[in-house]
Design a protein around this ligand. Structure first.
Ligand code: ZN
Length: 351
């Protein structure tokens, strides 16, 4: 039977990082006896210096570690530090890269991990997966476990750049085509997708798709985005893999990452992939396009710097990025001519 570790606590609130010590004390009991290490970046530290210093100086044994890159080597080095120096609680405070570089070593060293995101650009906050750079800077997903605690301070998220919030929306939208591909794979393998993981991923998608909030920076919308991304992460935890939130549209994004140097947030690449995947899946992309336009999430490939050649090349190589995965790509014939038509259609729809 599949085992999973749901977080012990989740807070999505305005100013929820204000009194971090009493918050942690409430959740972990007797926080003064615990040794805490905070992983963050110099940039995040400069902004939240007062709060972090309070946590560091309240108890001398606590420590801070600045992450300057999300590589596997750094993650292993810090796992060593956590184990050798006997830290009890690991806190990741920052964007996705910092959180992943804190999540993996806390899993390896079997310590409690609390995630405090400063952006909501993808569904990695609550997921049991850490994406780290390996040889030649290539990103690889490593299985680990979801955080023990998640503290999402909406007043911090509100200050993050629009593009990153839009990327968060894009990563949620990808559940639309990922769930379809997951069903296809399950049918192909003669198994049944986990109903609860399916429900969580679908709910995460619908919560945003049918949101009544008009503005991306509206407090309620930020809360809904946070809830959606957390639900997506938990869906992956329950399923024991990323399939509830990662289908052919993610293969397209992996291909862009592996073969082309496109500096675009993950969530926007997968959202663009989802529009193409809808066409491959013979489904209407209208609900997704309408939704994205409503929040001004621009995924026009040319404006993202994805030329027709790159789009076609990335799709042609996408299946090879994860050959063990079954998706709609296994059921259709992708040719240059067909992909050119798909690109032109998308350019027209997203002009
Ligand atoms: Zn994703």
């Amino acid at each position: 039977m599949q085992t999973f570790n749901l977080p012990l606590f989740l807070t999505i609130e305005k100013n929820s990082t204000k009194d971090l010590i009493s918050k942690l004390d409430k959740e972990f009991n007797n926080i003064e006896s615990k040794k805490i290490i905070i992983f963050t970046s110099q940039g995040v530290y400069n902004i939240f210096k007062k709060g972090i210093d309070k946590l560091l100086h309240e108890y001398e044994k606590n420590s801070i570690y600045f992450i300057d890159d999300s590589t596997y080597d750094i993650a292993v080095d810090v796992a060593k530090k956590i184990s050798i120096e006997d830290f009890d609680i690991v806190i990741g405070f920052g964007g996705g890269k910092i959180l992943d570089t804190a999540k993996y070593p806390s899993y390896v060293s079997k310590k409690k991990y609390v995630a405090i995101p400063t952006t909501l650009s993808n569904d990695g906050v609550a997921s049991p997966i850490a994406v780290l750079k390996t040889y030649e800077g290539k990103a690889k997903s490593f299985g680990c476990k979801s955080p023990e605690g998640i503290i999402i301070d909406t007043s911090i998220i509100k200050k993050s750049p629009n593009t990153l919030l839009m990327a968060g929306i894009g990563d949620t939208v990808s559940n639309y085509t990922a769930l379809f591909d997951w069903k296809l794979e399950s049918k192909h393998k003669g198994v049944h997708p986990n109903d609860f993981a399916y429900l969580l991923s679908d709910t995460a998608l619908n919560m945003l798709l049918f949101s009544r909030e008009e503005h991306i920076r509206n407090e309620n919308f930020i809360r809904q985005l946070a809830q959606s991304l957390v639900l997506s992460g938990l869906a992956m935890d329950i399923a024991g893999n990323s399939r509830p939130c990662s289908g052919s549209e993610h293969l397209f994004s992996h291909s862009l990452d592996e073969y082309y140097n496109i500096n675009v947030p993950h969530g926007l690449k997968v959202a663009l992939g989802s529009i193409a995947s809808c066409i491959f899946q013979d489904r209407s992309y209208e609900p997704i396009v309408t939704f994205l336009k409503r929040y001004n999430v621009d995924i026009n490939p040319e404006r993202l710097g994805i030329s027709k050649e790159v789009f076609i090349g990335a799709w042609l190589k996408s299946q090879a990025t994860r050959p063990d995965r079954f998706s709609v790509l296994n059921t259709i014939e992708l040719s240059k001519e067909y992909l050119e038509k798909v690109y032109n259609e998308i350019m027209e729809v997203l002009k």
